[in-house]
Design a protein around this ligand. Structure first.
Ligand code: MG
Length: 259
């Protein structure tokens, strides 16, 4: 019965037939100098919850942050969500976490990186358990040193791990992780299955997700500057939040090329 309903659901002619995937930092909220000091517009959780209803539940936040960090900033509602670039996700209230104990070589490397970067006060190490992000936003002069150290770390770790560069950040994560892959995983399940994906992001890490939704006949939006394969560009997170709130209140799909 459920299957039949899904198969006969209206296709992309209707604006409600989107599955919406949203990055967090730089997309829904502004990038800040210290990654733990992010400010969430108080109206945002409600707008996202309304949009989720409008989209039949097909809305998920897709971030490099841990799910616990995102939950703590998105109010009481538990959104579908992917954290750590897809290493962990929650769909329909079912949580699939990554276990740091499965990554002993990475754990050892995190200890070594802490030691290497300790004398550099502007470099922040964000230990996410199954991945580690090294931020140099407060010490731009250290960029080359971070790059060289990260490449040496990767050589030691081998092909099970890769580096993901973002805005003044380098993250070492399992090679299997990626926003495109987790978006595909969501799209195999209700209520996402059969819907047309739209992914909105702001960074190099999101280009992988843009390519995935583009290849599936979906739509992609990049926030801010930078070379991109996305279909459309918006200037800032504030501009996106405005578009999403208009959409949530009953407006049509807020991006030009998507219909
Ligand atoms: Mg981002």
């Amino acid at each position: 019965m459920h299957e039949i309903l899904l198969k006969t659901a209206p296709q992309s002619e209707t604006q409600e037939n989107w599955a919406l995937f949203l990055d967090f930092d730089g997309t829904l909220v502004d990038i800040v100098e210290r990654p733990d000091a992010v400010f969430v517009d108080p109206a945002l959780p409600k707008v996202l919850a309304e949009l989720e209803t409008r989209l039949g539940g097909a809305l998920a936040v897709i971030s490099g942050r841990p799910i616990a960090f995102l939950d703590a900033r998105l109010g009481e509602h538990r959104f579908d969500i992917a954290g750590l670039h897809g290493l962990e996700h929650r769909i329909g209230g079912h949580l699939f976490l990554c276990d740091p104990d499965d990554h002993p070589r990475l754990r050892e490397m995190v200890d070594r990186l802490q030691t290497v970067f300790r004398p550099k006060p502007g470099i922040l190490i964000e230990d996410k358990g199954c991945s580690v992000a090294i931020h140099w936003r407060l010490a731009p002069i250290e960029r080359d040193f971070v790059h060289a150290t990260v490449h040496a770390a990767l050589e030691a770790l081998g092909s099970d791990y890769r580096v993901q560069f973002g805005k003044a950040v380098a993250e070492i994560l399992p090679s299997a992780a990626g926003k495109g892959k987790v978006i595909e995983k969501f799209l195999q399940q209700a209520p996402y299955r059969g819907r047309r994906p739209v992914f909105i992001g702001d960074d190099l890490t999101d280009e992988n997700g843009f390519r995935t939704v583009n290849a599936m006949g979906g739509f992609s939006v990049r926030i801010g500057a930078g070379e991109t394969v996305a279909h459309e560009r918006l200037g800032s997170p504030a501009e996106l939040r405005h578009s999403l709130s208009v959409w949530a209140e009953g407006g049509s799909f807020p991006f030009q090329g998507g219909n």
